[in-house]
Structure formats: structure tokens, C-alpha cells
Design a protein around this ligand. Structure first.
Ligand code: HEC
Length: 162
């Protein structure tokens, strides 16, 4: 009788052990699976995807209808201060600018023009543009005034149909 009880106990014990082993195996596979994913991808909260297309469009809509006087003034400033490094439709020293208003907000462009070096230091997208352009730092001789920047944005905005 004593032996019988002991053997029943042993069987139950083995059964419990194997259930435990199966549960552990499933848990291990599940954890290692998601572990691999996490190693390969940056957590979503850390990815800076920048502003959405809607945010970009809204930043130009907020400026109102295209002002043709500002546009002409921006066009003239572009010729004197930007064409040495930029064209609307071809890469020169800096990136193509025809479609820049499709990828950057007006505020972003204003910050870039105000102090390109500081903006590259502080903004992750500006940093990325800098890396993509062989780490050539944009430099506008003599800088730009706030009025010139506003006019340049009007020029880029009209040329980019924003
Ligand atoms: C000495 C050359 C040079 C001049 C002059 C210059 N740029 Fe740039 N620009 C660059 C380079 C190089 C980059 C990309 C690397 C970086 O971020 O510094 C750039 C980047 C930019 C960007 C960001 C483009 C993007 O894809 O995000 C804008 C907008 C821009 N420039 C506008 C202008 C305007 C407007 C002027 C005239 C006031 C101007 N730049 C004058 C060299 C120049």
C-alpha cells in the first residue's frame, strides 16, 4: 500500500514536471521571438519621422495665399544668395529645392536659414540632411534677414506648388 501511494505520487510529479517543461519551452520561444524583433528595430517612440504631410501642408496654408511681391523678392534673393549651392531641379552643393516644401515645414526652413550650423546641431532631420550631403555645412555669406527668409519661403512655396 505504501509503495502504491509513492508510485502514484511519482507519476503525478513527473506529469507536473513535464507540463512545467512544456510551459517553459513555449515561454522561451515566445520571448526569444519578440527579443529578436526588439534587437533589430529601434523602439517606435525613438524614431523621429518628422512632421506628417498634413502638418507640412498646414504650415504653408497658414501663410495665406501666395504673395507675388514676396515671391519676386524671394526669387531675387535666391539668385544672389543661394544659386551658388542650390538649384530648383538639380543637385549642386546642396539638395534640390523644388520639392523642399513637400518635405519640410515653413518653420523648419526658416530655422535652417536663420542659423544652418546651429540647426544641424539641434534638429535630427537637419543632421540627417547634413550627413547625406557629405557633411558639407550650409553657409549663407552675410546671412539672411527675417524679411529675406519670409520671401525665400514664398519663392520655394510657389515653385513647389505648396
Ligand atoms: C555654401 C553653399 C550653400 C549656400 C550658399 C546655401 N546652401 Fe542651403 N544647403 C547647403 C548644403 C550643403 C545643404 C545640406 C547640408 C546641410 O544641411 O548643411 C543645404 C541645405 C539646405 C536646405 C535643406 C534641404 C533639405 O532637403 O532639407 C534648405 C531648405 C536650404 N539649404 C536652403 C537654402 C537657401 C534658401 C539658400 C539661400 C539663402 C541656401 N540654402 C544657401 C549649401 C548651401
Amino acid at each position: 500500500m505504501k509503495i502504491k501511494i509513492e508510485s502514484i505520487y511519482k507519476v503525478n510529479h513527473l506529469l507536473l514536471l513535464s507540463i512545467f517543461a512544456v510551459v517553459m519551452a513555449i515561454a522561451f520561444v515566445a520571448c526569444s521571438g519578440s527579443g529578436t524583433d526588439n534587437n533589430n528595430a529601434t523602439p517606435e517612440s525613438m524614431v523621429d519621422t518628422g512632421p506628417s504631410d498634413e502638418d507640412i501642408a498646414a504650415s504653408y496654408t497658414a501663410l495665406g495665399a501666395i504673395d507675388s511681391t514676396l515671391y519676386e523678392s524671394g526669387k531675387a534673393t535666391f539668385k544672389t544668395k543661394c544659386v551658388s549651392c542650390h538649384q530648383l531641379d538639380a543637385k549642386v552643393v546642396g539638395p534640390i529645392l523644388r520639392d523642399v516644401t513637400k518635405r519640410r515645414t515653413s518653420q523648419w526652413i526658416n530655422s535652417m536659414l536663420t542659423d544652418p550650423a546651429a540647426w544641424v546641431q539641434s534638429d535630427p532631420i537637419a543632421q540627417q540632411v547634413f550627413e547625406e550631403n557629405n557633411k558639407v555645412q550650409m553657409l549663407v555669406p552675410g546671412g539672411t534677414t527675417a524679411d529675406e527668409r519670409r520671401a525665400l519661403i514664398e519663392y520655394l512655396r510657389k515653385e513647389g506648388n505648396q
